[in-house]
Write a protein that binds this ligand. Structure first.
Ligand code: ADP
Ligand code: MG
Length: 727
């Protein structure tokens, strides 16, 4: 083991475990640092409070004078909590969060200092944001974009800064962030779903999409991670022979949480709870040093903000505990990667979960309506869903033996499959009285009972119904949930809008009763969307063949998958639903393609550097020792020299052959990079994907072989067994 690695490990082992006291009840700490409705009630006038709640619930405008009042109460609250600065907190198209802090502090003309914050500063700011990716939306010479307050996500204090969630848009109106399209998609969903709900319950006047994510991650000792340039630069290991022990004993999953990790988790949970992130579940995941954290679900926009914030908090808390948190989807070869399941449902202002079967046939017809429409939407836009989760790092997971393949399908369980099969046979047009009773009592009426036994949860499905919600499992652990949530909500909103139109036509022109019309349309949807339903093993080769026969897409790489984001169909969808215009759609596509190429480019450079500057010199150094040894043996044993030096000479040859393979492959890879750099857009990212990236595996093969040959004392890189089992 090398000196650097040894000192890093030593530092870890010598460290006395931090013991963070888990003080206070969660319920008492919850949202202490959030300017939520409760805090607003304490600090605001009734008029201001009503204005904010109306803005939250119905999107109504907030008058400038009222905004001043709100700002003053927000400032007073923040100062009472020790805040000194405020910031507009937003999500540029880098996928991360951005903030620029301003002090509340001002000075009057005659030199008196005071704390100030007004409605203008709350509502709108103009950050100099010319360096954020914009996909050509803004010319840099007039790099003007502004951030605007999103009252639906409450302000919070992090550290000593009041953070105000905002959208980020160009003065020309185009969205420059991830939040704006999400809010528009959620609005479209609210409109479409509320309209459909009115068939069943006139009291519904708002529908919220809900999201509960499950964040998986790795925790690696900070000093050890810092000794690996690949982890520091790319978030994953590009090299490293697998450890003799990996996850094969299955002794980590749900095992007792190691003390040092537990201290980190407690600290993290405490901070999250103070920030109003309702974290609830924590456990060990399948791979060594892999963990998961999940909250109680929330309204989708808030939940997306909370996930972004959590990822930020995790990195900071990890620092304090001398860990590095890895969000990369596949940080280590040969063991499981990380995902972020997005549990999704719809909830009405009357408190009904629309994907939860009810107690009466009417409630169940409502459930079936949303259930079948969701399946139909996923069927019609499966390729777009695949595109919504595409990234250089998530490509590693898709199709690997642990996670959803690149094929999107829907799992609903045998009982609900049976219900849909029966509904498929409903008579066209008017229903006979017998059929009506039968439907009511035997099919629709039976659902809740059936669901209780529906425990066969298919873990291999990328989009599974799990009793009262759908679970999109293909999302990567590193990604911002806003992307997939914007797409999922938009396609389902569009589907519900079309459904409403079709039902209304049947009621008006064929004079069908409402439920007859609903049954008629659902029947057609069930037939039309059959090919997306799959109950079998989603990881098996048989499914790839079957899916191909069914005509489902199987876009294995990001450059391939992203094409669906700018198809005519997609642009028409986003424009119709008023989520994004063509310019906004194309800008995002351009940014994502570029990001893909850049990530592969960086990985390729880092791989070249480590192999040439760290690995090869070390291999030569060891080879020289062997050569010295052989020379020495020759001096001592003139007679039986061959016999005694055989192994060493063989090693010398093998090392030379690996070195020469590594060198020639790096050479070729570098040339491919040069050719790729001459190309633009789609061609550029395809070149990185198909010409540059394939060398990673080849180079790694030879480096990992050298790792097994070279003296452990000399090897310059911290090994898998040290990274994965130090905790
Ligand atoms: P799993 O068994 O998949 O690990 P859990 O049953 O523990 O998952 O729950 C997963 C997530 O589903 C949690 O984050 C939870 O908040 C979320 N969830 C539960 N109900 C809903 C809902 N109606 N809408 C959105 N998310 C939900
Ligand atoms: Mg899950």
């Amino acid at each position: 083991m090398s000196a650097i690695r040894f000192s890093a490990l030593q530092e870890t082992l010598n460290r006395v475990p931090l013991s963070i006291k888990d003080t206070g009840r969660r319920s008492e700490l919850f949202a202490q640092n959030v300017f939520n409705k409760h805090a607003m009630l304490q600090h605001m006038t009734k008029e201001a409070y009503t204005s904010v709640t109306n803005a939250i619930n119905y999107g109504s405008k907030i008058d400038r004078k009222i905004a001043d009042q709100i700002a003053v109460s927000m400032k007073e609250w923040a100062l009472s909590k020790g805040a000194t600065h405020y910031t507009h907190w937003f999500q540029p198209l880098t996928g991360a969060t951005a903030e620029k802090h301003d002090a509340f502090f001002e000075i009057t003309k005659d030199g008196n200092a005071f704390e100030h914050f007004d409605g203008g500063q709350l509502v709108q700011q103009e950050p100099d944001a010319s360096s954020f990716p914009n996909g050509g939306i803004r010319n840099t010479f007039e790099a003007r974009g502004y951030t605007a307050w999103d009252p639906t996500s409450p302000a919070f204090i992090y550290g000593t800064t009041l953070c105000i969630p905002t959208v980020f848009v160009a003065y020309t109106g185009e969205a420059l962030d991830n939040k704006t399209p999400l809010l528009r998609a959620l609005q479209a969903m609210d409109d479409a779903a509320t309209d459909v709900c009115k068939y069943f319950d006139k009291n519904v006047n708002k529908v919220n999409a809900t999201l509960g994510w499950e964040q998986e991650y790795f925790l690696i000792d900070k000093a050890l991670a810092a000794s690996r340039p690949d982890i520091m630069m790319t978030g994953r290991t590009l090299l490293g022979h697998s450890s003799a022990k990996g996850q094969q004993l299955e002794d980590h999953y749900f095992g007792s949480i190691p003390t040092r990790i537990m201290n980190f988790m407690r600290d993290l949970e405490r901070e999250s709870i103070l920030l109003g992130i309702p974290v609830k579940t924590r456990h060990n995941e399948v791979a060594p040093n892999q963990f998961e954290l999940a909250p109680i679900f929330e309204e989708a926009n808030l939940s997306v903000d909370h996930n972004s914030l959590l990822m930020d908090v995790m990195e900071k808390v990890a620092q304090r505990h001398h860990f590095k948190v890895l969000f990369h989807e596949k940080p280590f070869a040969g063991i499981n990667g990380s995902g972020k399941h997005n549990n999704w449902s719809l909830s009405t202002n009357t408190g009904v979960n629309l994907l939860s079967p009810g107690k009466t046939p009417m409630k169940n017809l409502q459930f079936l309506t949303f259930f079948v429409n969701t399946i139909k939407a996923v069927h019609d836009y499966e390729e777009l869903i695949r595109a919504s989760i595409a990234s250089a790092s998530n490509d590693h997971r898709l199709g690997a033996n642990e996670a959803p393949p690149a094929i999107i399908s829907v799992f609903i369980g045998s009982q609900l499959s049976q219900v849909l099969d029966e509904l498929e046979n409903v008579t066209k047009g008017k229903l006979s009285p017998k059929e009506k009773t039968d439907l009511k009592l035997n099919i629709v009426g039976k659902i809740p009972e059936i669901l209780l036994d529906n425990t066969d949860r298919n873990r291999t499905s990328p989009f599974a119904f799990t009793g009262n919600k759908f679970e999109l499992r293909a999302v990567g652990s590193w990604s911002n949930c806003a992307g997939p949530m914007t797409i999922l909500n938009t396609i389902i909103a569009k589907q519900l809008k079309d459904f409403k139109k079709e039902v209304d036509v049947l009621i008006e022109t064929k004079s069908l009763k409402k439920d007859e019309a609903v049954f008629n349309v659902l029947r057609e949807y069930i037939k039309a969307s059959k090919k997306i339903r799959f109950e079998g093993d989603g990881y098996g080769d048989a499914w790839e063949k079957e899916a191909h026969k069914r005509g489902l897409s199987n876009n294995k790489t990001t450059p391939e998958a992203l094409k669906a984001k700018i198809s005519k169909k997609t642009i028409a969808l986003f424009e119709e639903m008023r989520v994004m215009n063509k310019v906004e759609v194309e800008a995002r596509h351009e940014i994502e393609l570029e990001e893909y190429s850049k990530r592969i480019q960086i990985e390729s450079r880092v791989l070249g550097d480590i192999s040439r500057n760290h690995v090869i010199p070390t291999a030569i150094q060891y080879q020289n020792t062997l050569i010295e040894n052989v020379k020495g043996l020759k001096e001592i044993f003139t007679k039986d020299f061959e016999k005694f030096a055989k192994e060493q000479i063989d090693l010398i040859k093998r090392i030379s052959s690996h070195i020469s393979e590594i060198n020639s492959k790096i050479e070729k890879m570098t040339n491919e990079r040069k050719s790729a750099n001459k190309l633009k857009g789609q061609k550029n990212s395809e070149a990185y994907c198909n010409k540059v990236k394939p060398y990673f595996k080849d180079i790694r093969y030879h480096v990992d072989k050298l790792e097994l040959l070279v003296d452990d004392n000399l090897w310059p890189l911290t090994k898998y067994r040290e990274l994965l089992f130090t905790r």
